[in-house]
Design a protein around this ligand. Structure first.
Ligand code: PMP
Length: 358
């Protein structure tokens, strides 16, 4: 018998069982067409319909304003680290960046290939345990870049600044997990492999007005306008990733959409943080007011026990709770498809361990 797994992995991550079933069926025989989705042209009317539906679901679920392009790209969120400055930052210009976690830090490194970077806030000095304060940003800044949820460190931004310059945000790990008004941002990007679908596709939402400001030449595969003007089909798109994302967004819609799932996500995080605070063996890594609802990071007071707790938890079906290699400790990711019951199981596991070891 297969033991039930509680998948707390940070990404790629848990997807709803019904989505996986439909995705598996489509590999064998897509909608009774006698063909696999893997062997059908991206230019076929049937796949063009998938593209249209997926875009429509994104627009509807995130309430994307009309004057924004919805793009499906490849190369992961990491490619956006360089594509953004390649489009919007030139040698003589500067861009403002928030240094709030390892991924934000990586985006800063890439931007420096294209122009000047002004780090207007950093929490590197406290191991990124909080979202830093944002310092002054001058009006001639090309854009301000931040990360809405720091996946590795377990911190999340709950408000976003209006600095009078374009606002660009990496929402890889909390997009579709809570209501965030897209209209505040000029460009939003996210690797799909958390709440959108499997790995292989990157979602970009970008205001047309921002695209209209680009005057210098940009190579085609890095030019957002090329993707916009070709409905993300300038070259072969990640067909299967987009298809499974469509299924997953249909699931989200059927479950009440982002506002409904946000309520569940708040309840899941509250339950786990309450146990971390109550249980004398554990403590949370992020500052309380900035702690993430999506990635819950915690440690044990007795470091020597961490390996033992990991195997204790593994025996009880807990998967993916080991912290990121540089952060240590534990990280439980509570993405949309992870149910409250799984969080209850983890809490019970922490309590059982306490009884045996305290
Ligand atoms: N930004 C954030 C916030 C992330 O969590 C990740 C990892 N999923 C990345 C960027 C890098 O994404 P990718 O692996 O898709 O390049």
């Amino acid at each position: 018998t297969i033991q039930i797994k509680h998948n707390f992995g940070a990404g790629p991550c848990i997807l709803p069982a019904s989505v996986l079933e439909q995705a598996a069926e489509a590999v064998k025989n897509w909608d009774n067409s006698g063909l696999s989705i893997l062997e059908v042209s991206h230019r076929s009317p049937k796949f063009e319909e998938v593209m249209r539906k997926t875009e429509q679901l994104v627009r509807e679920l995130l309430e994307v304003p009309e004057d924004y392009a919805v793009l499906f790209l490849q190369g992961g969120a990491s490619t956006q680290f360089s594509m953004i400055p390649q489009n919007f930052l030139q040698k003589h210009q500067k861009a403002a960046y928030l240094d709030a976690g390892l991924f934000g830090h990586k985006s800063i490194k890439e931007a420096k290939y294209f122009g000047q970077v002004d780090i207007v806030g950093s929490s590197a000095g406290t191991s990124y345990s909080r979202v830093p304060e944002i310092g002054a940003v001058s009006k001639d800044t090309a854009y301000f870049h931040c990360t809405s949820n720091n996946t590795i460190e377990g911190t999340e931004m709950f408000s976003f600044p209006d600095l009078g310059v374009p606002l660009i945000c990496d929402m890889s790990s909390d997009i579709f997990s809570r209501v965030i008004p897209i209209s505040q941002f000029d460009l939003v990007y996210a690797g799909a492999q958390k709440n959108m679908g499997p790995a292989g596709m990157t979602l970009v939402l970008v205001k047309n007005e921002l695209l209209d400001t680009v005057e210098h030449p940009v190579p085609s595969m890095s030019d957002y306008r090329i993707y916009r003007d070709n409905q993300s089909m300038f070259n072969t798109p990640p067909v299967y990733s987009i298809y499974v994302a469509m299924l997953n967004l249909q699931w989200l819609k059927a479950n009440g959409g982002v506002a409904e799932i946000e309520k569940e996500n708040i309840a899941k995080a509250a339950l786990l943080y309450a146990e971390i605070e109550r249980n004398p063996l554990f403590f949370g890594m992020a500052d309380q007011e900035h702690r993430s609802r999506v990635n819950v990071c915690f440690k044990m007071h007795d470091l020597a026990k961490e390996e033992d707790f990991l195997s204790f938890a593994a025996e009880r079906g807990m998967v993916g709770i080991k912290g990121y290699r540089t952060a240590g400790g534990f990280r439980a990711s509570l993405y949309n498809a992870l149910r409250l019951d799984s969080v209850k199981a983890l809490v019970a596991c922490m309590q059982d361990y306490e009884k045996q070891n305290y």
